[in-house]
Ligand binder design. Sequence first.
Ligand code: PMT
Length: 404
Amino acid sequence: MKVVLGVGGGIAAYKAAELVRALSERDAEVQVVMTEAAQEFVRPLTFAALSGRKVITGMFSAGGGAEETLSSAVEHIQVAQENDILVVAPATADLLARFANGIANDFLTTFYLAFTGPVVLAPAMNTNMWNHAATQANIEVLRSRGHRIVGPGDGFLACGMVGPGRMSEPVEIAEAVLSLSRRKDLEGETILVTAGPTQEPLDPVRFVSNRSSGKMGYALAQAAADRGARVILISGPVHIPEPFGVQIVHVRTATEMRDAVLAGLDESTIIVKSAAVADYHVSTVPQQKMKKTAARMSLELDPTPDILAELGQKKGDRLLIGFAAETENLRQEVRRKLASKNCDMLVGNLVGQEGVGFESDTNEVLLGLATGELISIPKASKREVADRIFDEALKLRLALHAAQ
Ligand code: PMT
C-alpha cells in the first residue's frame, strides 16, 4: 500500500513522525508532503530519515536542502496517480478549510484536488477553533465527500486548554488508514451491533447507568464496516467519536434499545450484543423530580426486558453473539450464558482487571462457541479484539453449516 502523508503546521506535527513509523511497520510505503507551516515545527530531514524518501516541501522550489526535498510543477499529478491513500495529520483548521473549499495554493492542497483515492483526516487544533461553526461546517463538507475523520481526541492541549482538539494517537490513525485496504470478507452481511450503556430514569433529572464507554461496541461496528458489511449500530449515550460508514440509531433506555434491535432484526445476518444493558429500571417514572427529605429512601426496581434472551428465541439462522461482563468464574459464566441465551458465540470479559472491559482502550476476552469450543483472545486493542471476534464468527458459521 502506498500512502501520502500530508503534514500540516501544528504542534502535533511531531506525532506525524510516529505515524510514519506506525505505517511503515504495517508495510505501507510512505511519501511525506509537508506544508510550509509544518516545516516550522519539524524539519523535513526527520521525515526523510523515517520514511527513507525525499520529502515534498513545496510546489515549485526545491528550497535549500536538495537532499531532503523534491518538487516540480506537475509532480502533484504524478504523486496522485502513484499512491493509494492520502492521510493528513495533523489536519489544521486552515487545511480543512482549504480542502473543503477547493483552494489549491500549495503542494498538499493541489495534490488533494488531483487525488481520487480515499482520504483520512486527523484534525488537531485548539478547542475553540475545533468547535467554531466554520470548522464544523468544513468537517461536514469533508465527511459528505466520504473522507474519514479520525478524532480529534479530548484532553490537555498545547495551548493550555482542556477539551477536544488533540490529534488522535498515531497507531489509531495508522489503523484507520490500513482499514481502507483491508479484506472485504464481511461484504453482503448486515451486522447489527449494540454498544454503550443504557440510562434508566428515576425521575426527570436522575438516572441509573453503568461505566460502559461504548468503545468495544464502536470498535466492532467500525471493524465490520471496514470489512465491507452494512452496519446498524444501536448506541446508548456515549461520548466518543462515531464510527465511519455505519448507520447509527441513538437510544437511551433498555426498552428503547429493545425496540430498535427488534426493528433491525429482519434485515440483519449477524447480531452482536456488546451493550451493557441495565438489568433493572423503575417501570413508572414519576413526572416530577423526587423531593429530598431527611427520611431514608428505597427504590423499587423491576427487571428490564432481556433483549439477548429474546433474540435467542427469534434469531432464526442469524448468527447471535452475546457478551458477558463478569468479575469472577468467567469460564462457567460464558458457558452458562451461551446456553441459557441460545447464542452462537458468547464473548466474556473479566471486567475487574486493568485494561479489560469497561472504559479501557484494550480488552481481553474468552469466546464460548456453540460448537463447545473455548477460545482465549489475549489483551489487545478493542479494534484488534473486534477483528478476532469477526474472524472466529465467520469460521463458526461455516462449522455450524457443515454440522447441519
Ligand atoms: O463500552 P466499553 O467501555 O468499551 O466496555 C465494554 C463492555 C465491558 C461493556 C463489553 O465488553 C461487555 O462486556 N458488554 C456486555 C455487558 C453486559 O451487560 O454484560 P451482562 O453479562 O450483564 O449481559 C449479558 C448479555 O446480555 C450482554 O450481551 C447484554 O448486552 C445482554 N443484555 C443484558 C441485559 C438486558 N436487559 N438485555 C440484554 O440484552
